[in-house]
Write a protein that binds this ligand. Structure first.
Ligand code: FAD
Ligand code: NAP
Length: 859
């Protein structure tokens, strides 16, 4: 490509690792491409950040390209964590080897870009005055490439030397004999402070927020650590691509609170010795989700800081207390905490004594004046969006990206944004990006984009653009994932909090690199789901949502799929019962209640039925709800839904009596239905004895248990008692005909399958009996029934029969609350403490019980 060319297929902005590889892929695919780069050479991050101590915090063996297999043999890293000059040499080596520079225009900043909807081209404007026209415009502009504008009063006033870690002088800086200030204590500061301290006469560090850091233990990489890579580089890279954060690591099976104190400390010690960033929060599986678990790690690191830093006051100031470990990017250091033991190094805690202004000669805090020869700003970046909106980008119909993202970035997969056809972002907001080994994420995005462009060309299409639905729901999905973690609780650059006025939203996608890759691949496999493609061959709008499951439900289903369990219906009745008991034992137990009483009551035929009574911790007497467990009339017991019963007890402040009923195939229809009525009658009659309010009960149940509850309400009405004050039906079985759309759509893959549902039905009830309202309550007379809450879940085979029951109740004049739970499955809501996104449904159950029972009590 020559300087004078003004029309190319693809313009790539940025010549860091992303732009370099994108250029390679464009060339290989036969597109004309040009890279525009502000700097005068390749390297991006590693071109600009030349401060002392700058090095990677992901092992170099992992933080390197995988797309050139020969390169892996040709280049050997000298250390575990290569320093900036070596990483820059690596980028330059790649540029030389692949002759990349001939297609890069250096010293060229892109200032603005406009989409022309008539020509289906982008027009790119630069600060050199050269404009370019292109079909596709790829922002490889980096997530940490736009230095944060200093936001300290008086910054321009200082008369001494001023440095930014993010744009360090190429000739280096000699601090010998100087009084130096460093402002900031993020990764850049943590790396540079020990080396600046080694030269300077005096060093004063101004700290607003202390960070968590562990020793990098840099040096040559051990043979042991390198062995898996050398043994099979391809397999190693593949594992990285499928991993959570782009580095092969075993996923811990335990949470921090599941092991003894000794074991936990031993594992943290091993992490401290290993010196790997992902090990910090990767020692246990719940560090980033469970505050109590995270506290154990915080306490461990605090202990280390206190053991290293001699002055107790300084040590306390260095101990982070306002965020959970890992919710701000943690650091790897070499002698960081030790540096504060040096006599010429001072820490100023800005939380106690904030900076009031920078002066001509130094820094004034509220209580002290400092004089310096040099100030180093290690104050970070306008991360993830800064460089993208730093270019004035105008899409279709005059919409600017700045306007569109005014409330925070909106993207589909972090790759594209609606209204801006053919504009791609590499590692953009909404992708795993900065939460990962960036090299892996960069390569995945570059490959996806290159494949998309080839797809367009092969199909005679000009443009690709996400639909609004697809991107809105992707943002929602990403936020829901983030909300399952502690990440949004911190004032971090991940949240945009570091830049005054920036919208505060969690920027990267926290679902992990492997899961994200699967999602992007699935989008393509499903014919670019969520995209509109347009061109001479026609317009294809494949609108849709790629991830509808709630994220915790998705993770649970993936985990179950990985376990490769045999289908329940193939286990035999005894095997299935054992399996259900064993899997129930692995679930969190649910909240503590005031008292648990186990007993028996007579069933319809006199058979003793076991029950478990859960009494609230508050003073009684309490109203009573009778609960019927799930399990397809075949499995389960009075204790199998313990967590949900405990939850309902505590949150509705009611006694919950979970009653077993006779199971099929030993006792077939109508045994369970008859036992339901017998149990409700007995409990209503014995309310006072049970410590409750006699005469009234509500009924509740899940799945087949909700079927029993619904039938009980109908039978009680027909029998003239007991008085049922309300019914709470979670994913109820209501109809023996299994021909509704959800029976097919959700037949497999969402926990409860139709295969097992049919197995349950066949064990419970002859086909001829299924039209009996005691089997199919939907077919009963619904008039005059007590108020109901019916909860149905989007990805449940039983969804439509539950929906039908709610509608039929309403038609019959019953007061019905119908809660449809998007993204949820049949088994999600009862999983108290494990499935967080369904909490609102459990709360609705408890609220309904509370209102039915209190209304009844006051009647
Ligand atoms: P960059 O390397 O940032 O390159 C973007 C390029 O785009 C820059 O050269 C910039 O000049 C150019 N550009 C931007 N806007 C324009 C414009 N308008 N016109 C023209 N050119 C423009 N990640 C890890 O995974 N592991 C690490 O150990 C690690 N260490 C890091 C250390 C530091 C000090 C920093 C700042 C970041 C680190 N990162 C690390 C993140 C790092 O940014 C990525 O790993 C990776 O280098 C990003 O590559 P990139 O090509 O996407 O972007
Ligand atoms: P950073 O993590 O954002 O740290 C900036 C620091 O400056 C913070 O301590 C911040 O305090 C402080 N600060 C900002 N404005 C301030 C103000 N007005 N007054 C006082 N203090 C102020 O930036 P960074 O250290 O450059 O690192 C950014 C990211 O780049 C890292 O998180 C990492 O992803 C990457 N990086 C990696 C490495 C590596 O080890 N490989 C090295 C450098 C950078 P608050 O926290 O209170 O805002």
């Amino acid at each position: 490509m020559t300087e004078s060319s003004s029309e190319v297929d693809v313009v790539i902005v940025g010549a860091g690792f992303a732009g370099m590889y994108e250029l390679v892929r464009m060339r290989r695919a036969g597109f004309s491409a040009i890279v525009l780069e502000t700097a005068d050479d390749v390297g991006g991050t590693w071109y600009w950040n030349r401060y002392p101590g700058a090095r990677c915090d992901i092992l170099s063996v992992d933080y390197s390209y995988s797309w050139d297999p020969d390169l892996q043999q040709e280049w050997t890293w000298s250390e575990r964590y290569a320093a900036q000059p070596e990483i820059l040499r690596y980028a330059q080596f790649v540029a030389d080897k692949h002759d990349l520079r001939r297609d890069v225009r250096f010293n060229t900043r892109v200032t603005s870009a406009e989409w022309n909807d008539d020509t289906h081209r982008w027009v790119i404007h630069t600060d050199t005055g050269d404009d370019l026209t292109c079909r596709h415009y790829i922002m490889a502009t980096g997530c940490l490439s736009m230095p944060k504008v200093p936001d300290i009063e008086g910054t321009d006033r200082f008369g001494g030397e001023v440095y930014f870690t993010s744009t360090w002088p190429h000739d280096g800086v000699d601090f010998t004999g100087k009084r130096v200030a460093v402002i900031g204590t993020g990764s850049s500061a943590v790396q540079s402070i020990p080396l600046i301290a080694a030269e300077a006469d005096q060093l004063t560090v101004f700290q607003r927020t202390p960070n968590f850091s562990i020793p990098a233990r840099n040096g040559p990489i051990s043979d042991e650590r390198l062995a898996p890579f050398l043994a099979d580089p391809d397999a190693y890279r593949d594992e990285a691509r499928r991993s959570a954060a782009g580095v092969p690591r075993e996923t811990p099976l335990e949470g921090a609170l599941m092991v003894s104190d000794e074991e936990r400390t031993a594992r943290y010690e091993a992490m401290w010795e290993a010196g790997e960033l992902l090990g910090i929060t990767g020692t246990f599986n719940d560090t980033l989700a469970n505050a109590e678990s995270n506290d154990t790690l915080r306490d461990f690191i605090h202990g280390k800081i206190r053991s290293i830093v001699k002055d107790p006051e300084v040590a306390e100031a260095l101990c982070p207390t306002n965020h959970y470990v890992g919710t701000k990017r943690a650091c790897l250091d070499t002698n960081y905490y030790e540096t504060y033991n040096l006599p010429h190094v001072r820490l100023v805690d800005l939380r106690k004594d904030p900076i009031s202004t920078i002066t001509e000669t130094g820094v004034d805090t509220e209580s002290e004046s400092f004089e310096f020869d040099a100030i180093v700003f290690a104050t970070g970046f306008d991360a993830m969006t800064g460089a993208i909106v730093g270019v004035d980008i105008t899409g279709r119909d005059g919409l600017t990206l700045k306007e569109k993202w005014a409330e925070g970035p909106v993207t589909y997969l972090g790759l594209m944004t609606a209204g801006f056809p053919n504009l791609f972002m590499i590692t953009g907001p909404g992708s795993p990006s900065v939460l990962s080994n960036m090299m892996v994420s960069i390569e995945q995005h570059v490959d996806w984009i290159a494949d998309a462009l080839v797809h367009l060309r092969e199909n005679d299409l000009d443009t690709i653009e996400p639909t609004e639905l697809a991107e809105t729901r992707w943002v929602q999905h990403s936020n829901e994932f983030a909300d399952l973690t502690l990440m949004p609780t911190a004032n971090s650059w991940y949240m945009g909090v570091n830049v005054p006025g920036k919208p505060q939203v969690f920027l990267p996608y926290p679902g992990g690199v492997g899961r994200y890759r699967v999602t992007c691949d699935e989008v393509v496999e499903r014919d670019y789901l969520g995209f509109a493609l347009d061109g001479p061959s026609g317009r294809i709008v494949n609108d849709g949502i790629i991830r509808e499951l709630a994220p915790d439900v998705q993770v649970m289903l993936e985990t179950m799929a990985e376990m490769g369990l045999p289908p329940i219906e193939t286990m035999g009745v005894d095997g299935a019962r054992e399996f259900m008991t064993a899997s129930g034992a692995m679930m969190p137990p649910g909240p503590d209640v005031g008292e648990i009483v186990d007993g028996t009551l007579p069933g319809a035929d006199g058979t003793p039925l076991e029950y478990r009574l859960f009494r609230p911790p508050t003073d009684g007497p309490h109203p009573i709800a009778v609960y019927f467990h799930g399990g397809g009339w075949v499995l389960g017991s009075a204790t199998s839904d313990d967590p949900l019963c405990r939850y309902l007890c505590v949150h509705s402040n009611s006694i919950i009596v979970s009653v077993n009923y006779r199971h099929a195939p030993e006792a077939r229809f109508p045994a369970a239905a008859d036992d339901g009525l017998a149990a409700a009658t007995w409990i209503a009659d014995h309310g006072e004895e049970l410590g409750g309010i006699p005469g009234q009960v509500a009924v509740a149940g899940w799945s087949a248990g909700a079927n029993v509850a619904a039938v009980t309400a109908q039978q009680a009405k027909l029998a003239g008692g007991p008085a049922i004050s309300g019914q709470v039906l979670l994913c109820p079985v209501t109809d023996g005909t299994t021909e509704r759309p959800s029976h097919t759509e959700n037949a497999d893959g969402y926990g409860l399958t139709m295969a097992v549902m049919n197995w349950f039905w066949d064990h419970y009830c002859d086909r001829d009996d299924r039209a009996d309202p005691k089997a199919s309550p939907l077919l009963g007379d619904l008039t005059g029934l007590p108020p109901a809450l019916v909860i149905t879940c989007q990805f449940d085979p039983l969804r439509d029969e539950g929906d039908a029951y709610a509608a039929a109740l309403a038609d019959a004049g019953v007061s019905v609350q119908h809660l449809q739970c998007p993204g949820q499955t049949h088994t999600a809501v009862p999983a108290v403490g494990a499935m967080i996104t369904s909490e609102y449904a459990r709360a609705a159950m408890a609220d309904a019980l509370r209102s039915y029972l209190r209304t009844a009590a006051n009647a």
